[in-house]
Design a protein around this ligand. Structure first.
Ligand SMILES: [Zn+2]
Length: 252
């Protein structure tokens, strides 16, 4: 059984027109999803998932890209209620600012103090690069420079270097993954690159549109195989939710 790494962004209620990229999950939907995980899945940390622990129910790790404040104010209390731990990937140049890399982006990103608080409440803080540039479109040297800056900044903030990086925009190239390894990360995560190997591990994007059935599929361990399979991509889906998954407006 393949374990799943879920990729969320913010957790807040927004009208669709204020969420063109589909990155904000309403708190009540998030709570329903966590209740489903508590009943039917084995929620683990990224470290546990990478060690391959867990038998029986499908394993799921919970991650959030961008370090939005709503992860602390909205998601953390729900996670605590279920006893779940999670990981947040923050773009270090944007700590205490907002997601201005998205057109019209106005969602606040946690401050340094808030990141420390998140960590104390069971949300591990890891790297989303520094400047939130698309590293898949940069060369090796620029990727090393950006990831080193991010790693240095997180070490200054938290007292230890990050182990994991989730590439901005969910995208990586061979140069990106080589850079992540050279900078000292032990694992790298994508969304929109199919990936493969320790430094390009594909995650499962969660969007505000995910129905109960689609969320069940996304956490089953079978979703990525369907998402990237040629027949499904060509529209020959046997499983209808997987077709919808092709139209995920997922971003990272
Ligand atoms: Zn991002």
């Amino acid at each position: 059984m393949t374990a799943s790494v879920l990729a969320y962004h913010g957790v807040e209620a927004r009208p669709a027109e204020q969420d063109p990229n589909g990155i904000f999950t309403p708190p009540d939907v998030f709570e329903e999803q966590m209740a489903f995980l508590a009943r039917r899945r084995n929620v683990v940390t990224l470290d546990e998932l990478l060690r391959g622990t867990g038998r029986g129910r499908p394993s799921v790790a919970i991650t959030f890209d961008d370090g939005f404040r709503s992860v602390l104010t909205e998601a953390a209390p729900i996670l605590e209620r279920f006893g779940f731990r999670a990981t947040v990937f923050v773009p270090t140049a944007w700590i205490g600012k907002s997601n201005e890399w998205d057109a019209g982006g106005n969602a606040p990103i946690m401050s340094a103090e808030e990141l420390v608080e998140a960590r104390s409440r069971g949300i591990d803080v890891q790297s989303h690069g520094d400047a939130h540039v698309n590293l898949a479109q940069e060369g090796y040297d620029e990727a090393v420079r950006d990831l080193t800056k991010s790693s240095d900044r997180l070490e200054a903030l938290l007292g230890e270097r990050p182990r994991f990086v989730a590439y901005p925009w969910g995208a990586s190239s061979d140069a990106t993954t080589r850079a992540a390894e050279a900078v000292g990360f032990t694992a790298g995560f994508t969304i929109n690159t199919k990936g493969g190997g320790a430094f390009a591990r594909a995650r499962v994007p969660v969007t505000p549109l995910d129905s109960g059935r689609l969320f069940a599929l996304k956490t089953s361990g079978r979703y990525l195989e369907l998402r990237w399979s040629a027949p499904v991509r060509a529209g020959y889906a046997v499983v209808r939710p997987a077709v919808r998954a092709l139209f995920d407006r997922s971003r990272a």
